[in-house]
Design a protein around this ligand. Structure first.
Ligand SMILES: O=C(CO)[C@H](O)[C@H](O)COP(=O)(O)O
Length: 216
């Protein structure tokens, strides 16, 4: 299966927000990855529901909404109504993961669970079959532009083994510090979706960079 690419909106200001969405519309990106940070679950605040709606109004790609927030269950419906096609919650933020996954699915979105770098994939043994996507954080969440954590490769291998052992169809997404140097190995060990923010938007030609990631 060809690799999917989900560039992460940086949105440093309103002008960037609009131009980033327009650029991604013209690119080979499969998704637009929207990072929601609440300043509690992660030490940074990004944007919320109205900005997600604004992105959706202009986007010609499905939105992959990554909730880096506490109590995500309270906001699932609002983000679905704001245009999310995929909603990912952090396992570390969910006391009742099964309920969160069922809620996302009942809203008609694809259900994703994200794991921080220290969180073991073994925690997914009893939920993997119900998940459309597992997102492995390859940096500590909260900020773009960080260095890729190397043990992500072995974590992908272990997650892939779990998926195959359970006969699940779950896709593996990797988020943080992704670039053209680590992307080939990420695909080789089992990644299906690559999230890349600064590597795409800080490059000279983001559309070309996305095409190069897609070509892996
Ligand atoms: O969500 C993140 C951190 O919380 C990611 O790092 C972001 O989605 C991608 O940014 P970059 O490619 O610059 O690491």
């Amino acid at each position: 299966m060809p690799i999917q690419v989900a560039p992460s909106i940086l949105a440093a200001d309103f002008a960037n927000l609009q131009s980033e969405v327009e650029l991604l519309n013209k690119s080979q990106a499969d998704y637009i990855h929207v990072d929601i940070m609440d300043g509690i679950f992660v030490p940074n605040i990004s944007f919320g529901i109205p900005v997600t709606e604004a992105i959706y109004r202009h986007a010609q790609k499905p939105l992959d909404v990554h909730l880096m927030i506490t109590n995500p269950d309270l906001y699932l419906e609002a983000f679905r109504n704001a245009g999310a096609s995929v909603i990912s919650v952090h396992i570390e933020a969910c006391s009742h993961l099964n309920r969160s996954i069922q809620s996302i699915k009942s809203l008609g979105a694809k259900a994703g669970v994200t794991l921080n770098p220290h969180t073991s994939v073994t925690l997914l043994e009893d939920s993997i079959e119900s998940l459309d996507v597992v997102c492995l954080m390859s940096v500590n969440p909260g900020f773009g532009g960080q260095k890729f954590i190397e043990n992500t490769y072995s974590k992908i291998t272990r997650l892939k083994e779990l998926i195959l052992a359970k006969g699940a169809k779950t896709l593996i997404e990797v988020d943080g510090g992704v670039n053209l140097e680590n992307a080939p190995r990420l695909k080789e060990v089992g990644a299906d979706i690559l999230v890349a923010g600064s590597f795409v938007f800080n490059s000279v030609d983001p559309i070309q960079t996305i095409a190069e990631l897609k070509a892996i």
